[in-house]
Design a protein around this ligand. Structure first.
Ligand SMILES: Nc1ncnc2c1ncn2[C@@H]1O[C@H](COP(=O)(O)OP(=O)(O)OP(=O)(O)O)[C@@H](O)[C@H]1O
Ligand SMILES: [Mg+2]
Length: 213
């Protein structure tokens, strides 16, 4: 089997949606029939809590999970890439040298930006680090509020960042918070059609940004 592709989710700003995107991209890939491994490098362990909830409910078929601290990322990713077609790395809210191994391992770095100026201001740090590691980056606007002036302003400011921005925005929906706590992806929850549409669209964009071998 070819080695799996690695998607690292990174953003210095806390609460921007790293873990939410890790979970939802992973579930979307699994729903599309891919074997997925999750690697939690955040000591907060939210992704691990999510995975263990899911595993306890017998829904983690076709998925792997592991943890690593910064220095162990390269080794762990090496193992997971042999087991899964995609490895998704969740990272802590930091953009310092500890983040380097997770960026270095990545085929694509996905950077969520929650819809606010404060979140946007925090984004340069991770973009800088990713540039230094020569990683392709895709910025994803999260908690988007369509039709608001704030939403439009943040989008305009994001376009000045010199990074690829996903056309698909992830809306602010309670279902994302609810399903995360249940060990599910948003598309597996009760009110799912709109969520499924935006996540499928995001997944297509993410896949299109992963360079071919
Ligand atoms: N699109 C969304 N709609 C509604 N709630 C969201 C959305 N994205 C994230 N949230 C909620 O916002 C909170 C923070 O999200 P999440 O844990 O994914 O961020 P994070 O970047 O991983 O945070 P940290 O930096 O602490 O690891 C969570 O309660 C999550 O459920
Ligand atoms: Mg997190």
């Amino acid at each position: 089997m070819a080695k799996g592709k690695v998607i690292t989710i990174a953003q210095q700003k806390g609460g921007s949606g790293k873990t939410t995107l890790a979970v939802n991209l992973g579930v979307a890939l699994a729903r599309a029939g891919h074997r997925v491994a999750f690697l939690d490098t955040d000591p907060q362990g939210s992704l691990g809590r999510w995975f263990m909830t899911r595993h306890g409910d017998g829904r983690a078929e076709g998925m792997e999970f592991s943890t690593a601290s910064a220095w162990g990322v390269g080794y762990e990713v090496g193992k997971l890439r042999d087991m899964a077609e995609f490895v998704i790395i969740d990272t802590p809210p930091k953009a310092d040298s500890d983040l380097r191994p997770a960026l270095r391992a990545a085929d694509l770095v996905v950077v969520p930006v929650a819809s606010s100026h404060v979140d946007l201001w925090a984004t340069e740090g991770v973009l800088d680090l990713a540039r230094r590691e020569s990683c392709p980056v895709l910025v994803v606007l999260n908690r988007a509020r369509a039709g608001t002036r704030l939403g439009a302003e943040v989008l305009t400011a994001t376009q000045a960042l010199e990074a690829s921005i996903a056309t698909t925005q992830i809306a602010n929906r309670v279902a994302y918070a609810e399903t995360l706590g249940q060990g599910l992806g948003g598309a597996e929850g009760a009110r799912s059609p709109a969520i499924r549409t935006e996540l499928d669209a995001l997944l297509q964009e993410v896949l299109a940004h992963i360079p071919a071998d």
